[in-house]
Design a protein around this ligand. Structure first.
Ligand SMILES: CCCCCCCCCCCCCC(=O)SCCNC(=O)CCNC(=O)[C@H](O)C(C)(C)COP(=O)(O)OP(=O)(O)OC[C@H]1O[C@@H](n2cnc3c(N)ncnc32)[C@H](O)[C@@H]1OP(=O)(O)O
Ligand SMILES: Cc1c(COc2ccc(F)c(F)c2F)oc2cccc(OCCCNCc3cccnc3)c12
Length: 415
């Protein structure tokens, strides 16, 4: 960790004594360089303009070929252009935080890192932070210590905008996870997941038996369930605010952010990214629950029958049933309600042709994962905070990496 031990982050290995939470360092903005640091010869810094479809397409192509793969190099995320627009042009975005590296001669985009602003509550403190994602270096430029250069550059640009903290996730262990969640998957199209090599055939089972095991009803069952509309914004905002208050770490969204992150715009060009449903009590007309999921494809590398897997990911949700101080693990009403809602979400995701429904062990997900037939994945997602000393937050898994019914303190879903 030659680079990370120079950074304002906790050291790995330090025993977890309780700390007073706060920044590691107070930054003097006058000391922050006004210009980027040097890049290796033949390459130059660029600030992307992602309002230009041509530049958005360049980021898409870079990520399509060079972003996160699974350990066996079988799958690679395939973030769509409309997904990247949604993720990177969110309320308060600035082009300064869309950082690229181009080869000077060819103009080819060879590296990228991004940030978008988020008001992030960590226990009782709200941080004006940057959500860092899409760090990507072309495969031909790997292992040249370019990542620390990119990280230092986006740090400089965040500091110049008086943003002293950041949140980021990674599948790799770095100094030092604030929380760790585990991947879970619920098959929707078992045969395809088997054919792409994602789902193994359990011993003594058959394709027919597996398909039967994951069969879902045609219709949803929750009374009053319907797609979210603009008229629901205030109700969803209020419900989100009170539900998310129970987690140690969660975003504080404005109405504009609920609109952006939850509401699909029917006239938006390109493929749909987010699906949000509300439950309207037929009598009181009150919005008692909502849930959402986002769509993200993974390219299948080297499979003659399929080149994509369509995955839906659990996004945010809330239920009035969960607004009690009862510990979630003891809130049978919440467990019942969430299982009904997620079962409906599975039915809807299958209707929208998703092959798999993915979830982490964060929020109150451990209340439905087993009952809804999610299987544990071999991936883990580590959460990190930059320049903020934080006591560990429960990630919904225990020391032996199994579901912890006491749920999780993580209420921040990263894309
Ligand atoms: C206040 C504002 C602050 C803003 C910034 C907050 C921090 C943001 C931090 C970034 C959040 C990103 C969130 C996401 O997007 S996570 C997804 C990251 N992207 C990928 O996995 C895509 C495929 N992989 C690649 O493109 C490259 O392998 C990357 C770019 C990942 C590393 O390139 P490369 O393989 O050519 O290595 P190097 O020789 O240049 O550099 C080696 C150094 O880099 C450290 N490394 C390796 N992987 C990661 C990683 N995922 N996060 C942080 N650090 C990482 C590594 O420990 C070593 O440092 P040290 O061990 O010597 O110390
Ligand atoms: C990723 C991921 C998986 C792997 O999913 C599949 C991969 C290939 C398949 F064929 C398939 F069917 C999958 F379900 O299962 C998950 C379950 C829960 C959450 C998951 O990813 C959380 C979103 C991660 N964002 C990408 C990322 C990762 C690391 C750093 N920055 C961004 C995942």
């Amino acid at each position: 960790y030659k680079f990370w031990q120079t950074q304002p982050v906790p050291k790995l290995g330090e025993k977890n004594e309780v700390v007073e939470e706060g920044p590691f360092k107070i930054v003097d903005i006058d000391q922050v360089p006004k210009q980027p640091g040097p890049l290796v010869d033949g390459f130059e810094w660029v600030t992307m303009d992602l309002t230009q479809d041509s530049e958005l397409k360049e980021v898409y192509e870079l990520l399509y070929g060079h972003f996160v793969e699974d350990d066996h190099g079988q799958f690679r995320f395939n973030y769509s252009v409309s997904f990247l627009k949604w993720a990177l042009l969110s309320p308060g975005w600035t082009k300064e935080w869309h950082v690229g590296v181009r080869a000077t001669a060819s103009r080819k985009l060879v590296a990228f890192i991004s940030g978008v602003p988020v008001e992030l509550r960590v226990r009782q403190k709200v941080l004006h932070a940057s959500e860092i994602n899409f760090l990507c270096i072309h495969k031909k430029l790997r292992a040249k210590r370019l990542a620390p250069v990119l990280i230092k550059e986006i740090t400089r640009r965040c500091y110049l905008q008086k943003t002293w903290q950041a949140i980021y996730t990674a599948g790799v262990v770095l100094p030092k996870p604030v929380s760790t969640c585990r991947y879970f998957h619920r098959s929707l199209n078992w045969q395809k997941l088997y054919e792409v090599g994602f789902s193994p055939m359990p011993r003594h089972s058959t394709v027919a038996q597996q398909i039967r095991n994951y069969k879902l009803p045609e219709k949803t069952s929750t009374k009053g369930l319907r797609q979210m509309e603009a008229k629901d914004l205030d109700a969803v905002l209020a419900l989100f605010k009170s539900y998310m208050g129970k987690f140690d770490m969660a975003p504080v969204f404005t109405k504009e952010e609920i609109d952006h992150w939850m509401l699909h715009k029917n006239d938006a060009p390109g493929d749909r990214v987010v699906w949000t449903y509300v439950v309207e009590d037929p009598d009181t007309k009150e919005i008692t629950d909502f849930f959402s999921f986002y769509g993200l494809e993974s390219s299948v590398i080297g499979n003659e029958k399929h080149n994509n897997v369509r995955a839906a990911y659990v996004f945010y949700y809330a239920s009035t049933v969960g607004l009690t101080s009862t510990p979630p693990g003891e809130n049978e009403a919440l467990k019942t309600r969430l299982n009904a809602l997620v079962n409906d979400a599975l039915i809807l995701a299958k209707k929208f042709k998703f092959d798999v429904f993915n979830a982490l062990t964060l929020m109150d997900n451990s209340l439905f994962l087993e009952q809804q037939k999610f299987g544990a994945g071999d991936g883990q997602l580590h959460y990190y905070l930059y320049n903020y000393n934080t006591n560990t937050i429960a990630g919904g898994v225990n020391r032996s990496n199994n579901i912890d019914q006491n749920c999780s303190g993580v209420g921040m879903v990263m894309l």
